[in-house]
Design a protein around this ligand. Structure first.
Ligand code: FMN
Length: 251
């Protein structure tokens, strides 16, 4: 079983590729917390790095997973540049549940948060050249159930920037807002929100459980979702090239 949390498809694409090679199933984290997974012998966790740490949604939900203590557990982090404490935090949470993580790795991908600063994540598709090679290695390692951890144990920047307090501040900055003048109430944002945190009446409304994954902002066909006070430009909206909008839609 490969459990993923994904706003713009990078994590989902990784989860799917490893799953197709290993014969595992993929499942969104929000669904996995409602299941008893103690029968699963191999468990993967694939989620992005947010502000040098695991996303708040991941930190809140991982402790609630029902997993087999003997399972082979691996973590893969797609990140724009720096995974920081994203792996370490979740390893610690699993250890508190009596579960040891066997394998972890990070992999560089286009940074979906670049749009908040007016930069284009699609300009970073060059990262996919190394992505393919790294993902092949990770897939082979997982298939062989290797035990290894490939991440920096200590990054001073992550220990300053990746604190929960700093992350909460950053996420308030990244948190998207609906531009009511542009919103048509089509509901696409509500369908892709991995937190099921968007309600649509005549217009979309973002609820209190936003984790700033930017799924809504990148998926909106009317560029009606904005973050950091900036209008969204269509050309800068990003989704992993192998992932379709319907793949991100929760059942
Ligand atoms: C709120 C937020 C914070 C982020 N912080 C970081 C970060 O600290 N380091 C990094 O390398 N990438 C960062 N990113 C980029 C994401 O980790 C990256 O785009 C990831 O692949 C997104 O995965 P997804 O497509 O599955 O949602 C951040 C993205 C968001 C939305």
């Amino acid at each position: 079983m490969i459990i993923y949390f994904s706003g713009t498809g990078n994590s989902l694409a990784i989860a799917q590729q490893i799953a197709s090679a290993t014969g595992e199933r993929v499942m969104p984290l929000t669904e996995a917390v409602r299941k008893d997974l103690t029968g699963e012998r191999r468990i993967g966790l694939v989620y992005p790095s947010y502000d040098f740490n695991a996303p708040p949604a991941v930190r809140n939900l991982v402790p609630r997973l029902k997993l087999d203590k003997q399972a082979y557990v691996f973590i893969v982090i797609p990140c724009g540049a720096q995974a920081g404490n994203s792996i370490w935090t979740v390893r610690r949470m699993l250890r508190e549940k009596g579960i040891e993580t066997s394998y972890s790795h990070k992999i560089r991908v286009p940074d979906n948060s670049a749009i908040v600063f007016g930069r284009n994540p699609n300009d970073q598709v060059w990262k996919f050249a190394r992505f393919a090679k790294r993902l092949k290695t990770i897939t082979a390692d997982v298939q062989a159930e290797r035990h290894a951890h490939h991440f920096a144990w200590f990054s001073p920047l992550a220990w300053v920037m990746g604190t929960e307090r700093m992350q909460a501040w950053m996420i308030r900055t990244f948190r998207p807002a609906v531009n009511e003048k542009k919103c048509t109430g089509c509901g696409i944002c509500a369908r892709v929100c991995p937190m099921r945190n968007i309600g649509v009446d005549e217009k979309a409304g973002i609820g209190p459980h936003c984790t700033a994954c930017l799924a809504c902002l990148h998926a909106c066909p009317h560029q009606a979702i904005e973050a950091g006070g900036k209008a969204t430009v269509k050309e800068r909206q990003y989704r992993h090239p192998n992932i379709k909008l319907k793949d991100l839609t929760l059942r």
